[in-house]
Each structure stands twice: as C-alpha cells, then as structure tokens.
Design a protein around this ligand. Structure first.
Ligand code: EUG
Length: 604
C-alpha cells in the first residue's frame, strides 16, 4: 500500500479491532488522520537490510525454529517481518518498527511477530525462546510512542504482540471499583465497556491519548490526569510469565480462592510487583486496576501567565496547593509554543524561516487565538459537588492571582474545538485523541520525549526549563515543554518533534537528547521514563555507589533469565550473554544499536 492508499483507508473501529477508535471519537480521528497525511512525504521503500535475525542464531536454525512455533500457535499467528515497513499512524500503527523512529527505521526491527491467545501460549513462546536462545520482546499494543513504540531493543528479536488476541476485560466489579484486564485492553476499550454496562459511578483514569494499552502504560509507569493519575500506584495484582516459562500471580493472587486480588495489592511477603515495571523480568498477562469513584461533579479551569519568568513563583504557589490536594489532579502547565502547535497546523503556517521559531512570532500567533497571548497555561480540574468545588477554586484563584498578570480564562469564551476542552475531558476520565496534533508541527512528524523528574520547586523548574531551552537553541529545535505535577514531584515532559524522513533532523534530536540527559544528571535530575535508544544512558545516570543498583538489576536478570532471552537491554538491563560486548547505546555508539554478538551457550 502506498501512503496515498493508506491515507484513503478508514480509521479502524473499536467494534472491529481491539486497538480501534470508539464511535464517539471517529470523526475526530478521521480529521486527525487527514491532518497527518496532508504533510506526509515519506515514501515506503523496499527493505534494504534483510534479513533481521536474532544475534547468534543462524538463518537456517531460525527458520526451523519459526516453523516449529508456527505449528504450535497456528501459521496465522506467526509472521516474519520481511515486508516493506508500513508506518500507518497513531490509530493504525505498526508492530514491525517504531513509527516515530529516531534511528534508521530498519535498525530496531523484530525478525518475526507472534500472536499468543492465552497465558499458556505465552509460556509456550517463552520456552521455545529458551530452547533456541532467541530474544523475545513483548508489547501489549505497541503504542508507547515517544519511548520506542513497538520496537524491540535488540534487532532481530521475536516480537510478542500480546494485545491482538489477549484483549479481554476479564472482570469489572461495580462493588469494589476494580477491574481485571488483559494486555490488549486500551483506555478507549475500558471506558466504552464501563459506559455500556451503565456503571456511571466508575471512572477510568486516562492519559493524554487513550489508544494505548492500560497494562503497557501502567508497567511503563505512565500517568493520567485524574486523582488516579499514577497508574502504577493504582494497579492491584499481576499475572506474570517469567523468563523461564513459569507463571506467577502476585499479591493476593497467590492465594487460591481469594476474592481480594484487586482490592489488596500487597499480599504477604516481599512486594514483587515493582520488578515487573520498567524491566525485562517477565511478561504481564493480566493486571488488576482500581477505578475512581465518580466524584459527583467536576469543573475544569485554566489560568494563563504572561512571562516565562513567572514559572518560579507559580511553581512555588502550586506546591503546597498540590500536596494538600486543593489542586487535585496531575494538571499540566504548558508553554505557549506547545499551545500553538496543539492546534495541529504545520510550523510553516506560522514561520517559514530556519532555526528555532522566534518568540515574537509565537506570541503574535498566540494573541490571535481564543485563549490570548501568554507564556504558560495551567490546565486543572476541581472535583466534587458545586459547593465543594467553589471552596477549592476560590483558594486557587486567590493564590494564582498573586502572580502579576495571571488571568483566569473563562471556559464559556472558548469554542468547542479549543484544546482546553480536550484537557477537560481527559481530566474527567474521558479518553481523547487530540494530543497528537502537535506532531504535525513537522512534515512526517515524529516525537521523542525528555522526561526528567524534580520536586515541585520554582528553582528546579526554572533550572530544567533553562537547561532545555539552551540545548534546543544549540541544536535548532523548537521547545515544547509541559510540567505534569504529581503529588510531591513533577515530570517535565519535553517533546522533541522532528521530521523522521530527515536524517539530519533525527541526528540533531538524538544529539540534543544525549546532552539533555547528561546536563540534567549533572544537576541531580533523572528521567522517569525514556526511549529505547536512551535507556542505557539514563540507566547509567542512576549509578550511586559504583552502580550498585545496576549491578543488583543484573543479578536479578541473571537469576530470573539465565539464557538472557527476555527483552535484552530494555531499561538498560543486559543479561550476562550481552554484557561487555558494546551493546550499550551511548553518545559514542551513535546510531548503532548492536554490539558484538552474544556469548555462546554455557556447556551443561
Ligand atoms: C506526555 C505525558 C507524559 C509522557 C509523555 C508525553 C504528554 C505530552 C506525563 O507523561 O511521559 C504533553
């Protein structure tokens, strides 16, 4: 299919496909797709780097192994990744590569993709991988965009696409406000099911875009925007297939006949769930999740602040309000450049010059939109009945207005398609698709995130913002920062948007990110999450006491995964077979993701 043909086909529906769009977002998704294809020039080309084989496995042995697995799972459920790579877009995304690739698109590709239908079949695949020493890389749905999408870290791994056939909502408990789900359940799907069942008293917390897997997002420790925004903190119970093929249930799930798996997350003994988030120690096949009670009312609010320097004072005001829960949700504080880009128009609509878009151009554009000119915009939500909201909103208003030039934006003045309303829905647990729009800033738009964590302090916010600004100016990249304020910390999310068909831009973005990570670490900041190609560098910054934590992870890895087959390199954790062979990606390794083979199997 050419990209012109791709542009023609309709958006997949949730009623037809586990990863599809719910009907209520269909028109919006069609419009989003049209916007993306309007500026797409990247052509699909023939593959130039075939075959992609697992390291250390000869082609003949690989082919025999794949045939054997096809017999076990059915030929339809095992496919080689040897056809031209089709990018699609957010709603029709590839599992063959990273749609938002920052490297050559053929660098991080699996050799084959397999589709298990059950936990037992996942065990079968894991045992098969151990037999042939083939690295496997699980995805739930593969929508981890900005952090690697569906791609494996080791080229030639066999990708396990869990979501296609394991996408059941196994339970929703309207009494306990919990659910139990499989990897292929998206935020869209759970939201729709709760609505269909008429459970109006249950809310789902959703991230900026709702197409992703709930399990995938949660085990990568993603965030959403209601008081239940810390997804990992809100999960309760896992079922995990270990790298040697055994299956365990954590917490109360280990007690046969229990009825508390989703209501008491800890069980008895060590709390092992943590090692299955941001790791390569197991494949999560089921997860419990607590659901928020409908708060009985909600009201979004938005304030704008005029000067970039207001950031310091504002963050100081936010901290006590957030910790005391007057500010109740993971709100976003967004920079004006991103607000402009969120309108979904290409940068060239605003500016045709080279280099970073000038400030006066941004402010002039902002002044013409309904919200008006500003430097920062705070999007928050107050929950509960009107009289309770009023109490909290009055405190917030008095505090925010201490910043000279602070302005409350009256939602009644904002048209229905204004970005504010998309934030309003997300903070009310209604999934959205709008967030994608700033990717259109560039033709063939792609994004990759720099996501450092800091305390909620003005000095830290300013330091990180200035650090990001300096490096973006140096590398000629427009700066899109948003602060997401948790309870006692904030995630600064800087999305670097680039043309993925432009090798020079991809390199500038990579070079910029490598500098940002080092700069941040030099000031004591670390990332909460990162892209596959940056995981070694980020893991390397968490190196207190001569890398004691990294060594501990390696010890766990070698004990749990003696053959080193489970997602080698993910989160910077390499099994012993790969260590000291140059697999780590650093500034020096450039675009090369591959080391010098793997150690041969030990004689038994
Ligand atoms: C976003 C938010 C994230 C993240 C990546 C992207 C949204 C962009 C809070 O976490 O990790 C504004």
């Amino acid at each position: 299919m050419s990209f012109q043909d791709e542009a023609q086909c309709d958006v997949p529906r949730l009623s037809e496909k586990h990863s599809g769009i719910p009907d209520f977002l269909l028109e919006k998704a069609r419009a989003a797709k049209a916007g993306i294809f309007e500026t797409r020039t990247k052509q699909k080309t023939a593959r130039s780097r075939l075959p992609a084989l697992p390291p250390g496995v000869e082609e003949k042995i690989f082919n025999d192994a794949i045939d054997e697995l096809s017999k076990e799972l059915g030929a339809d459920n095992v496919e080689k990744n040897d056809k031209p790579l089709r990018d699609g877009w957010y709603m029709d995304h590839p599992n063959t590569h990273d749609l938002m690739t920052v490297l050559d698109e053929e660098e991080l590709v699996p050799s084959a993709i397999v589709y298990p239908s059950s936990t037992e079949e996942v065990q079968t695949i894991v045992r098969w991988a151990n037999k042939y020493l083939i690295p496997i890389s699980p995805i739930s749905m593969g929508r981890n965009f900005g952090y690697g999408g569906a791609a494996p870290r080791v080229r030639g791994s066999v990708l396990i696409d869990l979501g296609r056939r394991m996408n059941k909502i196994l339970d929703i408990s309207p009494e306990d406000y919990t659910c139990l789900i499989e990897p292929g359940v998206s935020f869209f799907a759970l939201y729709e099911e709760i609505k269909a069942k008429g459970y109006d008293h249950l809310w789902v917390d959703v991230p900026d875009v709702g197409g992703g897997s709930i399990i995938g997002n949660t085990v990568d420790r993603g965030v959403g925007y209601t008081p239940y925004g810390d997804h990992w903190a809100c999960h309760a119970g896992l079922e995990v297939v270990l790298p040697t093929g055994e299956v365990i249930r954590t917490g109360m799930g280990a007690l046969p006949g229990n009825n508390t798996w989703q209501t008491f997350p800890y069980g008895f003994g060590p709390y092992s769930d943590g090692i299955f988030s941001q790791s390569n120690f197991g494949i999560v096949t089921k997860m419990g999740l607590t659901l928020m009670p409908n708060p009985g009312g909600f009201e979004s609010f938005m304030y704008t602040f005029q000067k970039e320097e207001d950031l310091h004072q504002l963050i100081e005001i936010i901290r006590p309000l957030r910790i005391s829960n007057i500010l109740e949700n993971v709100a976003q504080l967004r920079h004006v450049t991103q607000s402009i880009a969120a309108r979904g128009r290409p940068r060239t609509d605003f500016y045709k010059g080279e280099g970073v878009i000038p400030k006066d151009v941004v402010h002039k554009a902002a002044a013409e939109f309904p919200v008006g000119d500003h430097s920062w915009a705070y999007y928050g939500m107050s929950y509960g009945p009107a009289h309770i909201r009023q109490h909290k909103l009055a405190i917030i208003d008095a505090e925010f207005k201490r910043v000279p030039g602070a302005r409350r934006v009256d939602p009644a003045t904002l048209p229905a398609d204004e970005y504010f309303w998309s934030r309003d829905r997300v903070a009310a647990g209604i999934p959205e698709i709008d967030e994608l729009r700033w990717v259109n800033w560039m033709p063939n738009g792609a994004h990759i995130a720099f996501s450092p964590v800091s305390p909620i302090r003005g000095a830290d916010a300013t330091k990180l913002f200035e650090l990001a600004r300096r490096r973006h100016d140096e590398f000629g990249i427009d700066l899109f920062p948003a602060f997401c304020v948790g309870l006692r910390e904030m995630h600064l999310i800087v999305e670097l948007v680039f043309d993925r068909a432009n090798a020079a831009q991809r390199k500038a973005v990579m070079d910029c990110l490598r500098c940002l990570i080092d700069d941040a670490a030099a000031c004591g900041y670390g990332e909460y999450r990162t892209h596959l190609v940056l995981m070694d560098q980020v893991a390397g910054t968490y190196n207190w006491n001569d890398g004691a934590l990294i060594k501990f992870h390696e010890k766990l890895k070698d004990a749990l995964d003696p053959n080193g087959i489970m997602a080698p390199g993910r989160c910077g954790i390499w099994p012993k077979q790969y260590r000291n062979r140059g697999w780590e990606m650093t500034k020096e390794s450039g675009e090369n993701s591959q080391g010098d083979g793997v150690a041969p199997p030990e004689k038994k």
